[in-house]
Design a protein around this ligand. Structure first.
Ligand SMILES: [Fe+2]
Length: 268
């Protein structure tokens, strides 16, 4: 089965946000920036909660605005408690995950479990595909320094996105918390249909790990696909105070990542 189709009028811009990670302070700043620019359509590429102090507020903010969200690897971690056949907890993660789950409650976890793996948006006679980490699954990511073959794989039809999924003209993905843009030109023999295609990553709203400043992307252009990458400074001190007051586990790791963008080297 191919990804769900999301129809957006051709002349209208689309904001692509990702990896909000329970940081309502950053999400509020980014949504205000999107509103200020008059962009009406938003898609979120997964990892709604996990890591930060405000999982409910973050999830509810996305849901109350009917922002289509895609399923991420942290969403998968959080919903393991719903599935009797689920994977075991990752070592060292149990208390942090249980704290997030206790905040969210069953109804919100079930909403996370209902999120689609990928969305396709018709544009310019083709499709822009949005997914979390890769076309393989939510855990197999494409990192900045990976060989070009890995970027081409984002365009492949696979069991995860559907064996009959058409090749898109652009792919946007999240997960690595780093802004990235690639034009695929060098090795068209790997996937000729993807020649000249665009890969982009909007970085992370709630847990940016390149700069400690939230980022997102806007897709626009009426004749050809154009992409803007935007940074939104926000009140990091307020977010750190919220984290301290929340009683969340792994507080120190979160404060360091929030203040510096230096990754804790656990799972992304
Ligand atoms: Fe993430």
């Amino acid at each position: 089965m191919p990804p769900s189709i999301l129809e957006i009028p051709r002349s209208q811009a689309l904001a692509v946000i990702s990896d909000t990670h329970a940081n309502i302070t950053a999400l509020s700043a980014v949504l205000s920036d999107i509103d200020r620019r008059g962009v009406k359509h938003i898609v979120m590429l997964g990892d709604v909660a996990g890591k930060g102090p405000s999982p409910c507020e973050t999830l509810d903010a996305l849901r109350s605005r009917n922002i289509p969200c895609i399923f991420g690897n942290w969403d998968e971690l959080l919903i393991r408690s719903l599935r009797t056949d689920g994977k075991p907890e990752l070592p060292g993660m149990r208390s942090a995950l249980e704290w997030q789950r206790a905040q969210l409650g069953t109804e919100r976890l079930e909403w996370l479990a209902s999120l689609p793996y990928a969305l396709d948006i018709p544009r310019f006679g083709g499709l822009v595909r949005l997914l979390h980490a890769s076309s393989l699954d939510v855990w197999q990511r494409v990192r900045e320094n990976d060989p070009l073959e890995k970027f081409y794989e984002l365009f492949d039809a696979t069991p995860a996105v559907g064996l009959d999924a058409p090749t898109p003209i652009a792919v946007g993905y999240g997960d690595i918390h780093t802004v990235l843009v690639r034009h695929l030109r060098s090795i068209p023999e790997i996937n000729p249909a993807a020649r000249g295609a665009l890969v982009f990553n909007p970085g992370s709203v709630g847990n940016p790990l390149d700069l400690p400043v939230p980022s997102y992307a806007i897709l626009h252009g009426s004749q050809q696909l154009e992409l803007s990458l935007i940074r939104v400074p926000y009140d990091r001190d307020l977010e750190c105070r919220r984290a301290v007051q929340s009683g969340m586990p792994q507080l120190e790791e979160y404060l360091v990542e929030t203040r510096t963008g230096h990754y804790r080297q656990r799972i992304g």
